[in-house]
Design a protein around this ligand. Structure first.
Ligand SMILES: [Zn+2]
Length: 251
């Protein structure tokens, strides 16, 4: 099982696995919902548990947001209640047979991260994909996340540098929105001896697709961000293929 420690990312779970892998996504962020597209009230309960919301044939999603009555509702669950919900998402959702389980977690190293790692400790978690942006203030948090992974013995699949430059759609000129003043994720990965899975440039259409619940990969196949996503996905799949036990695979 790979789990992911996320910094805010505009891509969401949809970006993993262009192959026909069945990949559910569990939004492990107990404080807000960032899952676009699927709307509230679409979670059905059956004898075998909650059914995930299928946004594509091979992508099922479960999120706190689905359980709220209005998209503007805030979730302010804390402590035991939040952990209870994470447990419920892992235990009571009828995921069916899956190739990957991706747990999308909030930035930082909080309760959610610890809970997810603890609750999944009996399974084989492939590892964490850590998302950062190039600037030092983001990297500082990510260094802590890397430390956290070491502490809880969660393997690190690698780091993705998001918002890594911006290519102007009009003149194709590249500029740095968040200058990597300390060398960005690349330097950090070298220093800490973790893999850099890739860099994803900003493309305004990523946010647009997220808002509409569309797959950026199919909407903007020619974008440099798309080729970058595809490379990253391939590296994650290769890592999981090499490291996972025959039985399970969880992202
Ligand atoms: Zn321009």
């Amino acid at each position: 099982m790979p789990t992911s420690l996320h910094r805010p990312t505009a891509t969401g779970p949809d970006s993993l696995a262009p192959r026909a892998a069945r990949r559910p996504c569990l939004e492990g962020d107990g404080t807000r919902s960032r899952t676009p597209g699927p709307q509230q009230g679409r979670v059905h309960q059956s004898g075998s548990g909650w059914s995930p919301v299928y946004v594509e044939e091979n992508l099922g999603v479960m999120s706190v947001g689905f359980l709220l009555s209005s998209p503007d509702d805030a979730v302010i669950w804390r402590g035991p209640k939040k952990n209870g919900l994470i447990k419920q998402f892992l235990r009571d959702v009828d995921w069916g047979e899956v190739d990957y389980l991706i747990v999308d977690t909030p930035p930082g190293t909080s309760d959610e991260h610890l809970s997810v790692v603890q609750y999944l400790s009996a399974t084989h978690v492939d590892g964490a994909v850590i998302i950062t942006t190039p600037q030092e203030v983001a990297l500082q948090d990510v260094r802590k996340e890397i430390n956290f992974c070491h502490k809880v013995k969660l393997p690190i699949i690698g780091v993705v540098e998001n918002m890594s430059g911006f290519i102007c759609p009009k003149c194709k000129k590249e500029s740095q929105i968040f200058p990597p003043t300390t060398g960005g994720a690349e330097k950090m990965c070298q220093n800490l001896n973790v893999s850099l899975l890739g860099k994803v440039p900003l493309d305004p259409r990523i946010g647009e697709c997220c808002d509409k619940g569309q797959s950026f990969l199919s909407e903007a196949p020619e974008s440099p961000a798309t080729s970058s996503y595809r490379d990253i996905i391939q590296r994650i799949q290769e890592y999981c293929d090499q490291h996972h036990l025959p039985e399970e695979k969880i992202i």
